[in-house]
Design a protein around this ligand. Structure first.
Ligand code: FAD
Ligand code: NAD
Length: 481
């Protein structure tokens, strides 16, 4: 007889594994199938995020930032350390240990919550059953009342620069370099390009980013993007906007790589030792659906869902990178929780208006809500207040007094519509803004809230005061009335 579950999740990334745990907490009988394979052939839960995304990239960002600070900034603090050396193997081993610790943690969480973790491939069949193919084992058909598709995304390949896994790599490859490339090229100055470009720049590479668009980070508040670009350029990231790659040719087996690209009307070339292609990710929707499931995909291959992640087929849901919206781990996790609660008959929703975004560079870039350019475009009346970290005591103590906090509030109601931060610990500071927006707070609500001194969060407090021209530690043109 076929094994039967209340819910089967296909995919154990941050969308699927979190949803599976919540579904089990809700008293449901849950299985979670995942086909992730490490380079050594072992299976692991956690998906892209834990194995080859959020976690390893942040481990490398942290180590490379420390290395950079030890070399460039310790002397400013009066600390003499002699020659600072790099042990890349140890740095990579630390990263790997963090990853295996966290992925093993998911296995333990599955066990503790009674989730049946099934390594191998899952596929929704036309019958509504799920075909499960374990690695090297016999396939079986599983029955489930509800199926949740959470198969995530994969890097978009570029025909002009096909991956060879050695000289031309995707983001996973760029996390695993065993030597610091002398010259590193990155196609795409988006989130991955900037984060991984920063890692290898800090570790000593000459980094050139080729970005097709003429504008830098168009989804980010224009003022923030401009400030961030200034700092990245100062750090030596050579960001070439309006550069469309037409060909990348690898010499021999290991490079170098000769990249040709169009810039304006001219053609330029660039020689690098390693080339990373980071031009976005696409949903992994093909493998997970058999013929005739009646689950509709959109033109770009995303599974079509409504605001509660219901697909076009009853009892089939889809979450995470596989569906519309930002490709972010926390967005996927919240969708997993929502679906698990809805299946259990609870009321649940995701507030898509308050999902924070972060770019983990130095300075960090973080935001929630609408940008100034979006508000202008839609004709919403707003007022803005900002405060620079150069006037924040804690930022100065940290030797990181760069950037600012900017708050946009409705001109009449004072409701916060967007918060945009470029500066130290922006990823942490944005949480206050998310909470404020979740509670539909006004800028005055933040202005009236006591913030500890001296903290970076005082910059948020001051930006809220500045919305009304009442900043206390910056000279504002506008006077309080
Ligand atoms: P995934 O994490 O992709 O997981 C899907 C899982 O499903 C995978 O394990 C896959 O093997 C499995 N699967 C696929 N098909 C099948 C099948 N047929 N059967 C069984 N299993 C299947 N986001 C952030 O929010 N913060 C960050 O700092 C961040 N950093 C990133 C850095 C990098 C380098 C990359 C590449 C991404 C980063 N992201 C970050 C994005 C984040 O990783 C994704 O948004 C997130 O992993 C999506 O979660 P998911 O569960 O939808 O999919
Ligand atoms: P992205 O969309 O952030 O950036 C891709 C960039 O490549 C864009 O600027 C695009 O204009 C450019 N591009 C596209 N085609 C090009 C071409 N032919 N030549 C040159 N440039 C080209 O995508 P990404 O950086 O690959 O990241 C993928 C996803 O992963 C993102 O959606 C992001 O949400 C997620 N991610 C998030 C984080 C984070 O939250 N900190 C970190 C890494 C990745």
């Amino acid at each position: 007889m076929a094994r039967s579950f209340d819910v089967i999740f296909i995919g154990a990334g941050p969308a699927g594994y979190v949803g599976a745990i919540r579904a089990a907490q809700n008293g449901l009988k849950v299985a979670c199938i995942d086909s992730w394979k490490n380079r050594d052939g072992t299976n692991a839960f956690g998906g892209t995020c834990l194995n080859a995304g959020c976690i390893p990239s942040k481990a490398l960002l942290e180590s490379s930032e420390l290395y950079h600070r030890a070399r460039e900034e310790f002397a400013v603090h009066g600390i003499r350390v002699g020659e600072v050396g790099l042990d890349l193997a140890a740095l990579q081993a630390r990263k790997a240990k963090i990853v295996t610790g966290l992925t093993a943690g998911i296995k333990a969480l599955f066990q503790a919550n009674g989730v049946t973790g099934l390594p191998g491939r899952g596929r929704l069949l036309a019958s509504g059953k799920v075909a499960y193919s374990p690695e090297g084992g016999t396939s079986e058909e599983l029955e489930a009342r509800e199926v949740v598709l959470a198969s995530g995304s994969e890097p978009i390949p570029l025909s002009a620069a096909p991956f060879d896994g050695v000289a031309i790599v995707d983001s996973w490859g760029a996390l695993d370099f065993e030597a610091v490339p002398k010259r590193l090229g990155v196609i795409g100055a988006g989130v991955i390009g900037l984060e991984l470009g920063s890692v290898w720049r800090r570790l000593g590479s000459e980094v050139v980013l080729l970005e097709a668009l003429p504008e830098f980070l168009p989804a980010v508040d224009t003022q923030v993007a401009k400030e961030a670009l200034r700092h990245f350029a100062r750090q030596g990231l050579d960001i070439r906007l309006g550069s469309l790659v037409t060909e990348a040719k690898v010499s021999g087996k290991k490079g170098p790589v000769l990249v040709r690209y169009r810039k304006g009307t001219g053609e330029e070339t660039l020689e690098v030792d390693r080339l990373v292609v980071a031009v976005g990710r696409r949903p992994r929707s093909r493998d997970v659906l058999a013929e005739g499931t009646e689950v509709r995909l959109d033109a770009r291959g995303f599974v079509e869902v409504d605001d509660r992640c219901r697909t076009s087929r009853a009892h089939v849901w889809a979450i995470g990178d596989l569906v519309r919206g930002p490709m972010l781990a926390h967005k996927g996790s919240e969708e997993g929780v929502m679906v698990a609660d809805l299946i259990a008959g609870r009321n649940a929703e995701v507030n898509y208006a308050t999902i924070p975004s972060v770019i983990y560079t130095a300075p960090e870039v973080a935001w929630v809500g609408k940008t100034e350019q979006a508000l202008q475009k839609e004709g919403t009346p707003f007022k803005a207040g900002s405060f620079p970290f150069s006037a924040n005591g804690r930022a100065k103590a940290l030797e990181a007094a760069q950037g600012f906090v900017k708050i946009l509030a409705h001109r009449e109601t004072d409701e916060i519509l967007g918060v945009h931060i470029v500066g130290p610990a922006a990823s942490e500071l944005v949480a206050e803004a998310v909470l404020a927006m979740e509670f539909q707070a006004s800028a005055e609500d933040i202005a009236l809230t006591v913030h500890a001194h001296p903290t970076l969060s005082e910059a948020t407090h001051e930006a809220a005061l500045a919305v009304d021209g009442r900043s206390l530690h910056a000279i504002q043109k506008k006077k309080a009335d």
